[in-house]
Write a protein that binds this ligand. Structure first.
Ligand code: PLP
Length: 458
């Protein structure tokens, strides 16, 4: 009794064009080419409506970390749906999967975290944080501590508050964002800078742009700083080693709350459970989503440190915030099954000691290609920069859309990655085998060759 009709690719594309408004999409452009319809998936591969097999170098959208077709996760969802498909956590109610998942999450996180707030997505998690941060300072008798500092080109989601926290200029322009009380400073993107400083000097300078902003606003008016340990959607921007220790020093010195957005870096992607562990910072909040369920169902949430949670609980009264699907039992059961699988297969250590170093070394070797000016990869999260001139690192004219050409050539060669301008990024599933890693790298080299041919033909 399948819920979905069997249709031809053309039929799907026609219905899609007529009825489905996609997220982050230029529909006029899409309607000229039609959508790529993905119909099934297994392991690290997705299949389109023509049954073309594609290695998913992005884990869906940074989330299918355990790979596709994992029976343990599927069974957990089916069982929980039989037992209790839904109940809310309002009105002094709770449910076993949400309780068990909270306990499990505190076990794998730093000791300041004992309590978890659940949401349905990363965006909702960051909205929750904006509310909690400001409520915390109100309760602390410092309501003027209102401003949250974020960074240019950050991505924290797409709701009004999350997009305000984000630093994407084009997003802000479309809807009169950011909302008041959110400001942005420099991102730690050395390759994208004028490169006049050494990498470490640049990292310190980027961190100190936070301190400058604090002084400009007034230290008694700043509530929090938010950052992704490694910026994902902005182009896998790995900060210099000097950056995060200095950010931690600044947050400590001015007493402001530190938010580590772990929506991509959480649950093992960097070869540690969290990006905060990898960079050795001690955040007060960690929003999460994506990898917590390996994307099998939507779930987000926030790790809330004792510093904040104790105040909310002791002094707060009712916190007027929550979602119908906060602590959704099926989503939580799926998260538990997913995390158990990551634990039993030692996937975090595998990224740190095995597939991570293996893929990183091969990814670095792509730097020998004439089009590649820089490569970087931490854990299984990587980027390469396409340049016109390898010596000066001069980029191509933006209008030529070279990154997009390369992404299309990759797809022709059976690998899905993403282009952010002329930065090509990847984040494959944690279960990627050595042979699949080789396949991914060979296809990338070939796609770079084809991109170069296309450019010289133009
Ligand atoms: C994807 C993402 C979000 C938003 O998550 P959604 O589930 O799409 O709302 C927030 N922060 C980061 C770092 C992300 O990559």
């Amino acid at each position: 009794m399948a819920a979905i009709e069997k249709r031809s690719r053309e039929d799907w594309q026609e219905l899609d064009k007529n009825h489905y408004l996609h997220p982050f999409t230029d529909h006029k452009d899409l309607h000229k080419r039609r959508s790529q319809i993905i119909t099934r998936a297994d392991g690290v591969y997705i299949y389109d409506a023509d049954d073309k097999k594609i290695l998913d170098g992005m884990s869906g959208l940074w989330c299918v970390n355990a790979g596709y077709g994992r029976q343990e996760i599927i069974a957990a969802a089916a069982e929980q749906m039989q037992e209790l498909p839904y109940y809310n956590s309002f009105f002094q109610c709770s449910n076993p999967p949400a309780i068990e998942l909270s306990a499990m999450l505190q076990e794998i996180s730093q000791p300041q975290f004992k309590r978890i707030f659940f949401a349905g997505s990363g965006s909702e998690s960051n909205d929750t944080i904006v509310r909690m941060v400001r409520t915390y300072w109100d309760l602390m008798g410092q309501p003027e501590r209102h401003t949250i500092i974020s960074r240019n080109n950050a991505y924290h989601g797409s709701t009004v508050a999350a997009a305000s926290l984000g630093g994407m200029k084009a997003m802000h322009k479309q809807s009169g964002l950011p909302i008041p009380g959110i400001v942005h400073v420099e991102q730690p993107y050395w390759f994208g800078s004028d490169r006049s400083m050494s990498v470490d000097e640049f990292g310190l300078a980027a961190a100190r742009s936070i301190e400058d902003k604090i002084k400009e606003i007034g230290p008694d008016k700043v509530a929090a700083f938010i950052g992704e340990p490694i910026q994902g959607a902005g182009g896998v921007i790995v900060p210099p080693d000097s950056y995060w220790p200095e950010v931690q020093r600044i947050c400590d010195e001015y007493g402001i709350l530190l938010i580590s957005d772990e929506v991509i870096t959480g649950f093992g992607r960097l070869g540690e459970w969290f990006g905060a562990d990898y960079f050795k910072i001690r955040p007060d909040f960690m929003p999460f989503a994506k990898g917590v369920t390996s994307g099998y169902l939507p779930l987000g949430g926030v790790f809330v440190s004792d510093r904040v949670a104790d105040v909310l609980i002791d002094k707060g009264g009712e916190f007027f915030h929550g979602y119908t699907y906060s602590g959704h039992p099926v989503a939580c059961a799926v998260a538990i099954a997913n995390l158990k699988l990551i634990q039993s297969e030692n996937l975090v250590a595998r990224i740190r000691d095995d597939i991570g170093p293996y893929l990183q070394q091969k990814w670095r070797a792509l730097g020998d290609h004439p089009l590649v000016g820089d490569t970087r990869m931490v854990g299984l999260m990587g980027a390469l920069e396409i340049v016109e001139n390898k010596d000066t690192l001069q980029r191509f004219d933006e209008k030529r859309g070279v990154g997009t050409i390369c992404r299309e050539k990759l797809l022709v060669n059976g690998v899905c990655m993403r282009a952010v301008g002329d930065t090509v990024i990847c984040a494959p599933p944690f279960v990627l085998s050595h042979a699949e890693a080789d396949e991914m790298i060979e296809a990338t080299w070939k796609a770079l060759d084809l991109t170069q041919q296309a450019l010289s033909a133009a």
